[in-house]
Write a protein that binds this ligand. Structure first.
Ligand code: SDX
Length: 436
């Protein structure tokens, strides 16, 4: 980060001494005001619940321009990566800072492939869950359980250990998600096959059975791989910030990623793809396109508590570039599967059109986000709705671990420890029980 020539001056109307605050510039995007010395010099904290105006770190991994609707992974536009690269290329890029050449690409793909199996003991964790447990509850448990297998061999301060932890997590997430699905379906687990692609391997572990050979549908394989790319990283979103804060204590990296899985589950975050599809199905059940007006009326009524799931974003105040690419993927897959008349896709596009012309959404800059169309394409592929967020977690694991490793690799990093504005009781003495 580069010091700016401009300084910020903080002054107080009560005559308290003013303070000069340094400003730093990144390569692109908003400058930051360095407040690290604020409390020491003024005895005051800043106040920013929800972190609307707070930069928590200095990162080189992902850049988002919310006004332009721009998303860059290590400087490469998501539109180019989604078309010209595959997910493992994107993992390499996010982890190491640039796209691999042919040799490095081959070596990385082989390395990940050779780590796709999980310890045989992992299957016994699943037995503790009911078969109808939510897959994100299962995934939070399974990813946390991985920490038990790699605790004594992982020194988070050793760069080689951080790197192998990243490879293991990227490689094993598809295996764990598929195991969670098979467990819910009462079907036997399928072991990974090393001659398949990352997405193809996941499809086979999900949909194959030991009874017959499984043939990967290349259209679905490409669509899944693109879904993984679109979800791979997204700056300091809630789950990534959770992973950073959790990992800042020096805890086991698998445990820190499990915290990210737990945070992603929420309907305001990664859980929105499941909620968006459930919302579309409910509108469909209640009359479909003709009833969109009534639904929109509910959304505008603050007392209804109804939100247009898959719409709105803390950063994007323009169309989420991932949503555009997801809509294209949706159309490609539905057409390829002969589902181009899928009523839910038509309903989603009608809902999007109406919302984008309605002042309630326009004035609040509410556009479709990555979760609005992802559910429709996953449903067409045959993925159960309850597994959508687990697929998001699978794809986001590389972003989480790349961001965690970037933080731990920074010699200046400290344990995260926010403060508060205290509005509770002042000191008081306990009254005897008889007097309470
Ligand atoms: C993801 O951060 C990331 O990068 C996340 C993510 C990633 O890749 O990691 O992009 C993935 O989480 C995408 C977002 C998925 N969530 C949803 O689709 C759930 C529905 N969206 C909302 O809950 C909401 O838009 C958030 C949580 C995404 C953002 O909320 P903010 O930034 O806190 O904004 P807000 O709640 O203050 O909303 C501003 C206004 C409010 O109205 P007013 O009080 O000004 O009258 O917009 C309204 C909100 O009520 N609003 C919505 C709405 N989202 C915001 N109204 C109806 N439907 C919505 N979806």
């Amino acid at each position: 980060m580069t010091p700016s020539d401009v300084k910020a001056t903080l002054s107080f109307s009560d005559g308290s001494p003013s303070m000069e605050l340094p400003i730093y510039k990144g390569t692109i995007g908003p400058d930051v005001i360095d407040i690290r010395k604020l409390y020491g010099q003024t005895g005051k904290f800043t106040y920013d619940p929800g972190f609307l105006s707070t930069a928590s770190c200095n990162s080189t991994i992902t850049y988002i321009d919310g006004d332009k609707g721009e998303l860059l992974y290590r400087g490469y536009p998501i539109e180019q990566l989604a078309v010209q690269c595959d997910y493992l290329d994107t993992c390499y890029l996010l982890l190491y800072g640039d796209l691999p050449n042919a040799d490095k690409r081959k070596g990385f793909h082989k390395l990940v492939t050779n780590h796709t199996m999980v310890n045989e003991q992992m299957q016994f964790f699943l037995r503790g869950f009911r078969r109808d447990a939510h897959p994100m509850a299962v995934m939070t448990g399974l990813v946390g359980a991985l920490s038990a297998f790699y605790h004594d061999s992982t020194d988070i301060n050793n760069p080689q250990h951080r790197d192998i932890a990243a490879i293991r997590l990227i490689a094993k997430m598809p295996t764990l998600v598929a195991m969670a699905y098979k467990y819910s379906a009462g079907q036997p687990y399928m072991y990974p096959k090393n001659d398949l692609s990352y997405a193809g391997n996941f499809m086979r572990m999900m949909f194959a059975t030991p009874c017959e050979d499984y043939h990967v549908n290349p259209v679905i394989e490409r669509a899944l791989d693109r879904i993984f790319i679109l979800h791979a990283d997204h700056e300091q979103n809630a789950s990534t910030s959770t992973v950073r804060l959790c990992g800042s204590s020096g805890t086991n990296p698998f445990a820190a990623i499990a915290a990210g899985v737990a945070c992603l589950w929420g309907p305001a975050h990664g859980g929105a793809n499941e909620a968006a599809l459930n919302m579309l199905e409910e509108i469909q059940r209640n009359g479909g396109v003709e009833k969109i007006g009534e639904f929109i009326k509910q959304v505008k009524d603050k007392n209804s508590g109804v939100k247009l799931m898959g719409f709105g974003h803390r950063v994007y105040k323009n169309y989420d570039p991932r949503a555009k690419l997801m809509r294209e993927t949706c159309h490609e897959v539905l057409t390829s599967l002969g589902l181009h008349n899928d009523p839910l896709f038509k309903l989603a596009m009608a809902l999007e059109k109406i919302a984008l012309e309605d002042d309630y959404f326009v004035s609040r800059k509410l556009y479709p986000n990555v979760d609005f169309y992802s559910g429709i394409v996953q449903r067409a592929i045959g993925i159960p709705v309850s597994l959508f967020t687990a697929i998001f977690a699978l794809a986001r694991t590389v972003g989480w671990i790349a961001q965690l490793n970037e933080m731990i690799g920074d010699p200046e990093y400290k344990i995260g420890r926010p403060r508060q504005l205290y509005a509770g009781s002042v000191s008081r003495d306990i009254k005897p029980l008889a007097d309470r």
